[in-house]
Structures are given as structure tokens and as C-alpha cells.
Design a protein around this ligand. Structure first.
Ligand code: PMP
Length: 357
């Protein structure tokens, strides 16, 4: 697009001009397994499909998502003003960051973690403070608490952590919260909690003790509704009201709301899917360790393969062998997919590990 003296460029905020748009995991070639976005490999529940078909399309959705909030409130034993629904939990993260942090403010999170965090902080005009994770890939919670300054407005804790699969225990979280000033918002991102073992802290159980805590949950992973964009936050009504004030109006569709309600009404049917993914994750992790990979034990629906400087080449090799994986800095994240993907994945992984320097 040519700009001239008469048509000078529109001024883009410099920090936005320097920011890459969120990079989605690659789409799969027709004969490849797409294991790059931590999606559910299962077909939608028939009740979900039926619920979507009933949605009104020519009218705007209920912006308050009242019916869904009532059900979620009952499920978590809170009042419905402690529930906020968004177009995926990433929307709510964005809304909360916008609500509390602006230019010059700081948002702390562990790194490496969910790759959307840096961009969301930048869009708010705030600065990311990335605290390196421990060598076993867990959050360094004491260092995160110690990183708080008078400019800190929010901290994001991700458990299970995307992309490494590590968790925060309840004791660790409680000790961390004791160090964090109550004026700092703590966002507990538990997008993958349904895949985690009993040692992982459960966000909703912590709400009563910690008034500055918001728990973020999603229907994208365990419930397989990623394409419908529906997630929610639990926390103090005044904090969620602030998130609502920064939200793009009417972005949560009726399809999403109805689908979430249908999924919750058939929750027991999802248990078998979760068990299947968890069992497959353990099988894959054991096999990868036997191949020589240093894979951390994952509590998510994915595994993390440290590949260091070889990451780009390793992702290419996986691609050539029919596995679309996600290259993220110093490692590769591979989602646990359909049963048919396991052999292809393990064969490719054996080839890649043999080539690691
Ligand atoms: N948090 C984490 C840690 C994630 O990995 C993801 C999805 N990749 C999200 C939040 C966002 O999920 P959604 O917006 O689909 O609810």
C-alpha cells in the first residue's frame, strides 16, 4: 500500500506495529494429524449439535449469558454475579488485563507459558514481566511474587501450564498468595484443569480465601467446543464488572451459550473422553521417555518436547512425517489426539530424537 506526502501513513501505535498477530497452529494437510492447538479430537456430543441447531441467528444473543451463568454458579457454589462469560477464556484474559493495566503498568507471568499472554499485555499498553520457569518447567512462584513492584497490576498463573504441562499445587498457590499484595489481580488460568491429577490446585476452591483472584475456565478443551468460542471467569463481582466494561459487546454467541449448557447437562459423558486422553498422554509420555526424550510429566492434553536450537527443523520433520506440531521457542508441543495418531507420532518422534544434537 503506497503512502505519499499527500497520503501519509495512518499512525499505528508503535508497540502495536512491533507486535506480531497471534500465530495459530498450522492447519493440517489432508493426510496429516493436526496436533498443534490442543483441541479435542472427538466429534461433538449429539446434545451439543442439537442445541446449536436451535439457536436464533437473526437476533443478537443474550449479552449477559444469564442462563449459562446461573448453571455455572450452581455448579461452583457461587452467586451468578461471580460468573462472567466470554468468547473463549482468552477474551476474558484480555478484558481483565485491559481493566487493570495501562501504559507503564506491569503484568507478571511465568515464561514459557501461553503464547497469547505477551500480546494481550502489549495491546493494553502495559509491560510484560516474564519470570523464567524452573529447570523442571514449573512456575517459579517465589520469584514471581518477588517480582511485584508498585507498578504491578496483575499476575497470571497457568496451571496446568501451556505448553509444558506442569502444575501448581494448592500449598504452593496459598504460599504465593500470602506474598502478593491484595491490590494485585491474580488470574488463575486453568484451561486444562480437567486433564490434571489430584495434586493440582483447583481454582474455584481458592476463591473464598483470595478476594483478588479470578479463575479462568474454558469449554474449548475438555468439552471440545473450541470452534464456538466460549469460556468463563469466576471472581469478585466488582472485578468481573470491570471486565464486562472492557468487553467487545455481544461477542458471545447464542450457539456458544447453548452448546455450553448442553455440554454441562451431559457432563458424565465427557468423563470417558477425558480418561481416554489422559491414558493416551501417559502412554505417549512413557514411550517418548523410553526413546530418550526429556519430557516433563504433563497434566494437560499435550506433551512438551524440549528441542532447543533444533526446534524449527524438528517441527519440519514432524510435518513431513504427518504430524502437525507446534514449535514454540525452545521446544515442541504436541497435543494428544485420536488413537490413530499415536503410531505416526511415536515413529516421527523416534526419528527426531535420533537427530537431536
Ligand atoms: N489459556 C490457556 C493456557 C490456553 O492454552 C488457551 C487456549 N490455547 C486459552 C487460555 C484460551 O482458550 P479459549 O479462548 O479457547 O477459551
Amino acid at each position: 500500500w503506497v503512502t505519499t506526502a499527500e497520503n501519509p501513513p495512518v499512525r499505528i501505535r508503535p508497540e502495536i506495529a512491533a507486535t506480531q498477530p497471534y500465530r495459530q497452529g498450522r492447519q493440517a494437510a489432508p493426510d496429516a494429524f493436526k496436533l498443534s492447538s490442543n483441541e479435542s479430537p472427538f466429534a461433538p456430543h449429539p446434545a451439543v449439535t442439537a442445541a446449536i441447531a436451535e439457536a436464533t441467528i437473526n437476533r443478537y444473543p443474550d449479552a449477559s449469558a444469564q442462563a449459562l451463568r446461573d448453571v455455572l454458579a450452581a455448579r461452583h457454589g457461587v452467586s451468578s454475579d461471580m460468573v462472567h462469560v466470554g468468547a473463549g477464556s482468552v477474551s476474558i484474559l484480555s478484558q481483565l488485563i485491559q481493566a487493570v493495566a495501562g501504559p507503564g503498568d506491569e503484568v507478571i507471568y511465568s515464561w514459557r507459558s501461553f503464547e497469547a499472554y505477551p500480546g494481550l499485555v502489549t495491546v493494553a499498553g502495559a509491560n510484560s514481566v516474564q519470570v523464567p520457569s524452573l529447570t523442571d518447567h514449573r512456575h517459579d512462584l517465589p520469584a514471581m511474587a518477588a517480582a511485584v513492584t508498585e507498578r504491578t497490576r496483575a499476575i497470571i498463573v497457568c496451571s496446568p501450564n501451556n505448553p509444558t504441562g506442569t502444575i501448581v499445587t494448592e500449598d504452593e498457590f496459598t504460599a504465593f498468595m500470602a506474598e502478593v499484595p491484595r491490590s494485585v489481580l491474580v488470574m488463575f488460568d486453568e484451561a486444562y484443569i480437567e486433564f490434571a491429577g489430584p495434586d493440582a490446585a483447583r481454582g474455584p476452591a481458592l476463591l473464598a480465601e483470595h478476594p483478588n483472584l479470578v479463575v479462568l475456565k474454558t469449554f474449548s478443551k475438555a468439552y471440545g467446543l473450541a470452534g464456538l468460542r466460549i469460556g468463563y471467569g469466576l471472581g469478585a463481582p466488582y472485578i468481573l464488572d470491570a471486565a464486562r466494561a472492557t468487553a467487545i459487546p455481544l461477542s458471545v454467541t447464542e450457539q456458544g451459550q447453548r452448546a455450553a449448557l448442553a455440554a454441562l447437562a451431559h457432563e458424565d459423558d465427557y468423563r470417558q473422553q477425558l480418561d481416554e486422553i489422559i491414558a493416551r498422554r501417559e502412554q505417549i509420555t512413557d514411550a517418548l521417555i523410553a526413546q530418550g526424550w526429556k519430557v516433563p510429566r504433563s497434566h494437560g492434553n499435550f506433551v512438551w518436547l524440549p528441542t532447543g536450537d533444533f526446534t524449527t527443523a524438528a517441527a519440519e520433520l514432524f510435518m513431513e512425517r504427518g504430524i502437525v506440531a507446534r514449535a514454540l521457542g525452545e521446544g515442541i508441543r504436541i497435543s494428544i489426539g485420536e488413537a490413530e495418531s499415536v503410531d505416526t507420532l511415536l515413529k516421527a518422534a523416534a526419528e527426531v530424537v535420533a537427530k537431536l544434537p
